[in-house]
Design a protein around this ligand. Structure first.
Ligand SMILES: C[S@@+](CC[C@H](N)C(=O)[O-])C[C@H]1O[C@@H](n2cnc3c(N)ncnc32)[C@H](O)[C@@H]1O
Length: 287
């Protein structure tokens, strides 16, 4: 903090907005509002409404610490330490991808497919990260048991603690598994869902500074971006029981390739589903 310091909430908000804008943070004012709300322990609307209130020294210090972090282009969710997702509060740190809004649509798609089977299901969430998909599915489907897998031990620790905080730890089991190792034994899952890394390696370095703070392990889908999607599609019949469902999220321009991978993997009724923005974003198939 330097120069003449504001005293009121509105003054600090304006100062933070100018600081963040200067650092190139997109939507600087919205970011400043979220950070002030967190520092005051209130909702974003209320933070704005407290404009004339004088901030305490403690509130000011707490607020400005987070503003400085955001100015270093650390994503808002990492600065706050959490992200809302499908009605759940999901804690995040830089060991996991920040849950994206479109992935809430993957949850809804998987839930509807699971319900269409007409029985309590065993679901596997491949590459669970923060656990957001597994947890949201467990909350949406009270009879389901969800296995949340990842290769990252730190992600699995966070997923487990998120499952506890969202009261589904009895039905969300975290497992360390590498999706590149083909499954052995009989297929056991009714539904497999995954939002795997799918960005082509060469594109990762060109991403926004905020995205580059997320783990490369969660972003990099190999040379053509399809490395993980290819492995999941190829292993689906070893993992999912006959008649079960596979739901995948993928990136821009990958729909035709993902469809072909699922067909090659021996799956049927393959369909591509658009997201709310009208982009081909998900694939659904029957094993
Ligand atoms: C795009 S992130 C998705 C995280 C979360 N499911 C979500 O939707 O926000 C992909 C996840 O796949 C995990 N992953 C990467 N390689 C993997 C592998 N070989 N086996 C299992 N998981 C892997 C990463 O650690 C990361 O958590």
């Amino acid at each position: 903090m330097s120069g003449s310091e504001p005293t009121t909430a509105a003054g600090w908000l304006a100062k933070a907005e100018a600081f963040l804008a200067e650092k190139g943070v997109p939507e600087a004012s919205v970011n400043a509002e979220f950070l002030l709300a967190e520092a005051l322990g209130v909702g974003r609307g209320q933070a704005k409404a407290e404009g004339t209130r004088t901030l305490t020294r403690k509130e000011t210090l707490r607020f400005w610490e987070t503003v400085k972090s955001r100015g270093r282009r650390i994503p808002l969710a990492y600065v706050l330490g959490w992200q809302p997702f499908a009605g759940c509060r999901i804690e995040v740190d830089d060991s996991v991808l920040i849950p994206r809004p479109e992935t809430e649509e993957l949850v809804e798609l998987a839930a509807r497919e699971a319900e269409s089977l007409g029985r309590p299901v065993h679901i596997v969430d491949v590459g669970t990260g923060s656990g957001c998909v597994a947890i949201a599915l467990a909350r949406r489907l009270p009879d389901a048991v969800v296995y949340a897998t990842d290769v990252s031990s730190s992600a699995l620790r966070l997923a487990e603690s998120n499952a506890m905080a969202n009261h589904v730890s009895r039905r969300v089991k975290v497992l360390k598994e590498d999706l590149f190792k083909p499954h052995s034994g009989a297929p056991w899952a009714d539904v497999a869902v995954s939002n795997p890394p799918y960005i082509p390696s060469a594109e990762v370095d060109r991403l926004e500074p905020e995205v580059l703070k997320e783990p490369r392990l969660a972003l990099d889908g190999g040379k053509d971006g399809l490395l993980h999607l290819r492995a999941i599609a190829g292993d689906a019949k070893r993992l999912v029981k006959p008649g079960g469902r596979v739901l995948l999220e993928f990136g821009a321009g990958q729909a035709a390739d993902v469809r072909a991978l699922l067909v090659k993997g021996g799956l049927s009724a393959v369909r591509i589903v658009k997201d709310a923005q009208g982009m081909d974003r998900f694939a659904a198939a029957t094993v």
